[in-house]
Design a protein around this ligand. Sequence first.
Ligand SMILES: *Cc1c(COP(=O)(O)O)cnc(C)c1O
Length: 411
Amino acid sequence: MDNFEKYCTQFVQEVGSKEGAISPTITSSASFAYGDCETAEGIFNGSVKKPLYSRVGNPTSAKLESLMAMMDGGVGAVATSSGMGAISLSVMSLLSSGDEVISVGGLFGGTYSFFSETTARFGIKTNFFDVDELDAIKAAITQNTKIIFLESVGNPNMRLPDIKAIAQIANDAGIALIVDNTITPLSIKPLELGADIVVYSTTKIISGNASALGGCAVFRPINEGDDKFKSERYPFMAKFIKGAGKMALVPNAKKRALRDFGMSANAQASYQTMLGLETLALRMPRVVNSVEVIAKELSKNGLDINHPCLESHPHHERYKSDFSNGCGTLLTIDMGSKEKAYQFLNRTKLATITANIGDSRTLALHMASTIYSDFNEQEREFLGITDGLIRVSIGLENPQDIIEDFLNAAR
Ligand SMILES: *Cc1c(COP(=O)(O)O)cnc(C)c1O
């Protein structure tokens, strides 16, 4: 719990200002006046550090970016309009037609279709692997592989990757590792484990109350000596490294994705996200503790629960060693059939039926008929989506109330 305590101090101290308005200022302006032509030129060439235009940077979002970078131990960050915006920003900034991606574990539905359908339309090939297929991952690396992508906790299959081992593979081969760490660095810190870019859906536990859609990509510094981004694999990085040094992944993301795709964060959403961030370290330990209590008790009462805190889970040992601060807000219940799943969901009084996760309230959803309804049987099987699968995101309620409600609903 030391991790949570450290962040409790850091978040409230950093979100608030010591002078003037304590709450972050919302700069709700799309454009910014430069005053004179010389300043305009300087802003555009980067020598003057003033806001240019909100699509490529907004002062309120910049505050969120500095908080997110600090939280992760990164050198910089880019806030985006959504979690998918952060994923598309970081991925598209590194890829060209003909490139390949290796996707490991998970995946969140939108991320899966992003790789299997959308980027495929632009000539990018993605190979999908389960988290423990390390030899197959190594064997799939080619000259054209530019990204290994993984989710720190598979949503909703609850598989836990050995991030360090996969980062080792990425670093040995000189390939960028992007980690979707929507469960936040309060649980696991991908940059420390060897990742290059970490992406978030801040819509989830970071905001925590369904008030703002948002995302963020956090970048590690470029090394002074050898660095994978100085290799032939990423020739376009040379000019950004020359111009921005250790910060180079930030202008790369802005100029090769944000500027032209426009998945930019807005000031209002960034403000609301910061309000959420302020209490994240207080909410997180309660939720991860509740998830365990609820998973164990429901399992003891005969429900088919998937969560790595259970001894029956294939990654139970990894959960104990690598995820000692929990692995987010999710657990799943397999009710055996769609009918039983519907009956359960329609009977629960406390769970809100919705596609979101990481909220103050407990949320639940039948997977196969909603987020994964566009996917074929083979894809569902790979992603662990069975007919009776319900994804549950535990909230701040008293866990005993949830247990009682769920046992009633399952009766
Ligand atoms: C929700 C989610 C996303 C997408 O985020 P949005 O903010 O909805 O675009 C990506 N990855 C994970 C793990 C998620 O839970």
